[in-house]
Design a protein around this ligand. Structure first.
Ligand code: ZN
Length: 770
């Protein structure tokens, strides 16, 4: 056995030399810049250096800290004038090692102030079309006066504190720095005009129903909120322009909300005075709902809601909530609301799945909303952590899809006669899954949405795909058993039109959401697809799921950065993914891998022309070398017809002798003699390296699937060659046969090549001037 090894080593060495000579002779043609080894370079330049706050593993470091902001808020809704006014005391805990000379508070409603700079920042000119509401608002009416009116800011003893407002941020000037480890309480009184969110496309506001004169309110960003101070950003000082969402510290909330007495209201947190705000009948139904695990129990019926629509009570009721460890607060209120709830048990813990909707949402909402909430809590908990809050509420709001802790607003309105299309139905189920799913990312895994839209949208959209598919399996009345839920995002093929599109309108995923053209595919579709491909094709479900869960659990109730995610996914799986993050997240490259050509070879005992040249150049003969075996290419002068289809030991004396000398009879009888040899060239016109997934088909109809790791591209980014040996003739090759990689051009994926050129190829030929 040792001798066999010795010979093998020396022959390999020789072939290495031959191979190198070959490369010098014939350098493959490459487009300039295409040979790019840096695709597999580690991300040292792109990543911030790990430190004591954030470890190289991707976990929080030993000195990790986060600030805390606790709120006692009392607000009152003026339904008649659509105004909200409130007073709050913020207790800010400085857990950072730094002394803070001032505090920054966010005034997000100022994006709708009369002097907001937000409408002035775009330079796109005339739109193709406008909604009537948007046109009227832009060109025909005075700007809506929707900014915060700050009445006062006071310290704990009631003395006024000075403050400076810069657009959507307010600096509160404190007399002495807030020392590391200390806390400070201060109070703010404010009011603002609530916008009609159906016109302004705000993330919060009301919808007016002209038939009955009521409004349904979905209220958020309604109070001045502390900005995040962290080891990464210091004070988060990117203004709220409208697209980049929110960055918020965790804290405990004590919130009292006063609304007309005939309103139905729900919001973030545990209701403290259920006895005061519920009728006896509602209480009875609520107790039933807490034990109903298979279907929702109606707490307020449509009939009761329709009766309430006519009331317009002048009495008031105050709803009191407490919420622990949340990053925000939001609520919905209207006398139009129907209310249903059911229990769902996850990990031994009962959670209430809740829906609030006006009659305009029925019958769709009564049938589907709470079902979708239940599925979301189940699927997301399985992949992250058990949902830690006690409820999740889905509120029907026209054209909305917006998330807050424990509560979210969702679209999906049937026609006036109650009929609805599949588009409306699946749109509604999907948006509910998506927005309820945001409880996990970013409400609990609290990333900075203002800087990184994809960290919550991308991860949430990826999870949404998994939850949708499970919803399909668990709801045969909605999706037939042999059909799949029609997910809009997550399937690799669905991202191809975006990634193949005009590069001047595409930005890397690692971009600020304010600065990209197509935020939907950029922050939702592409990262979700990338993670789906990572799970299904690159890592496999087991490794991926463990790493993803590790990330969620490490950063649950903390503030992760992109590097914390990237590092954890590698740390918990032992898969080096720097090449993947670089291509998918830091560039706008696309995937395009194909099969370029196939050469056939047969075993020969006669030196090939290339070998003859090699020996002549070095002035050696065959006698100077160990016994060699040659592969003669079919379409070359080395080829002899008698080699075709023969066993290698028949056509190579050297091989036969080697086996006789070095192998026992038993060993020889186990040898398989391949009769066909193929050198296959795979090319990669696209920039993204991916696993090379190949299906080989043989003359007898059998198929063999081989996945070469993405590292196959590490030394040559343009093309690679593989040698296949077989006892059967190879008749077909398909690259990425199941369309797993988001390959933007599949016309080069097959050998023998298909005749018809794709539109994309024709387009490419055109721009090359061919
Ligand atoms: Zn979202």
């Amino acid at each position: 056995m040792n001798r066999v090894k010795y010979y093998a080593a020396s022959v390999l060495f020789l072939f290495g030399a031959v191979l190198m000579a070959q490369e010098e002779d014939a350098k493959p043609e490459r487009e300039p810049g295409h040979y790019n080894q840096s695709r597999f370079k580690q991300l040292y330049e792109e990543f911030s250096t790990p430190n004591n706050y954030r470890s190289a593993s991707g976990a929080p470091g030993p000195d990790y800290y986060q600030q805390q902001a606790d709120y006692v808020i009392s607000v009152e809704l003026d339904d008649k004038n659509a105004k909200i006014s409130g007073e709050e005391t913020i207790t800010y805990h400085n857990n950072s090692p730094d002394d803070l000379e001032f505090l920054w508070v966010q005034l997000d409603q100022n994006v709708r102030a009369k002097d907001s700079k937000s409408p002035l920042r775009d330079g796109n000119g005339v739109n193709i079309a406008y909604t009537a509401g948007n046109f009227a608002e832009t060109y025909m009416t005075e700007p809506f006066d929707g900014g915060f009116n700050i009445e006062w800011v006071k310290d704990a003893s009631g003395k006024p504190l000075s403050y400076t407002i810069n657009q959507t941020m307010m600096r509160v000037n404190i007399p002495q720095a807030l020392k590391s480890g200390d806390q400070l309480s201060f109070s703010i009184k404010w009011w603002y005009n609530i916008p009609d969110h159906t016109i302004s496309r705000a993330r919060s506001g009301y919808e007016y129903f002209p038939e009955d004169g009521n409004r349904a309110y979905v209220i958020a960003q309604f109070f001045p909120r502390m900005a995040v101070y962290s080891d990464v950003e210091g004070w988060q000082n990117h203004q709220f322009w409208g697209s980049g969402e929110f960055a918020l510290p965790f804290g405990n909330y004590d919130v009292s909300i006063t609304v007309p007495a005939d309103h139905i209201l729900d919001g973030t947190g545990e209701l403290q005075n259920r006895d005061e705000v519920f009728s006896k009948e509602m209480m009875k139904r609520y107790k039933e709902a807490k034990k109903s695990y298979d279907k929702p129990v109606i707490i307020v019926t449509q009939e009761e809601a329709e009766a309430a629509e006519k009331g317009f009570s002048t009495e008031k009721k105050t709803w009191k909530f407490k919420a622990t460890n949340v990053r925000d607060y939001a609520f919905a209120t209207s006398r139009k609301f129907i209310w249903d709830m059911q229990a769902v048990n996850i990990g031994g813990k009962d959670i209430m799945a809740v829906s609030l909707y006006p009659k305009e949402g029925n019958p769709l909402w009564e049938d589907m909303s709470t079902k979708a909430v239940v599925q979301t809590l189940q699927t997301y908990s399985k992949h992250t952590f058990t949902y830690p809050y006690h409820k999740a509420i889905s509120v029907h709001a026209k054209n909305q899809g917006m998330e807050y802790p424990m509560i979210c607003w969702n679209y999906g309105r049937p026609n006036e006669d109650g009929t609805y299309s599949d588009r409306v139905k699946f749109g509604m189920i999907s948006v509910i899954i998506h927005e309820v799913g945001h409880n996990f990312f970013p409400m609990i895994v609290n990333s900075d949405e203002r800087q990184w839209g994809w960290m919550d949208e991308g991860l949430d959209t990826f999870m949404q795909y998994l939850a949708e598919q499970e919803f399909g399996k668990n709801n045969p009345s909605v999706i037939a058993p042999n059909e799949k839920y029609p997910s809009q995002r997550g399937n690799p093929a669905d991202i191809v039109p975006y990634m193949a599109g005009d590069q001047s309108y595409i930005s890397p995923i690692m971009s600020n959401p304010e600065n990209v053209y197509q935020l939907g595919p950029n922050a939702y579709g592409k990262p979700a697809t990338a993670l789906n491909i990572l799970r299904e094709t690159v890592m496999g479900e087991e490794l991926f799921d463990h790493a993803f869960k590790t990330y969620a659990q490490r950063w649950m109730f903390k503030h992760p950065t992109p590097e914390d995610f990237f590092r954890t996914m590698e740390d918990a799986s032992a898969v080096d993914l720097d090449w993947f993050w670089r291509s998918w997240f830091y560039t706008t490259d696309y995937v395009d891998i194909g099969v370029k050509g196939v050469k056939k070879y047969y075993v020969s005992n006669k030196p090939t022309k290339q070998m003859e040249k090699y020996m002549a150049d070095r002035n050696i003969t065959e006698a100077d070398l160990p016994p060699l075996v040659y592969l003669a290419e079919e379409d070359s002068e080395d080829y002899m017809p008698e080699l075709k289809g023969k066993s290698p030991t028949e056509t190579s004396k050297n091989l036969k002798e080697f086996m006789m000398d070095n192998m026992t009879e038993a060993e020889r009888s186990n040898v398989k003699e391949p009769k066909y040899f193929y050198e296959i060239t795979f090319d990669k016109p696209g920039g993204v390296p991916m696993p090379l997934i190949v299906e080989y088909t043989y003359a007898d109809g059998t198929k063999e699937n081989v996945t070469y790791p993405p590292e196959i591209w590490r030394k040559n980014d343009a093309e690679v060659k593989r040698v296949i040996s077989s006892q059967k003739e190879l008749v077909g090759i398909v690259v990425d046969p199941k369309l797993e990689t988001a390959d933007i051009d599949t016309t080069n994926n097959a050998w023998p090549k298909k005749e018809e050129k794709s539109d994309f190829d024709k387009f490419k030929d055109n721009i090359k001037g061919k």
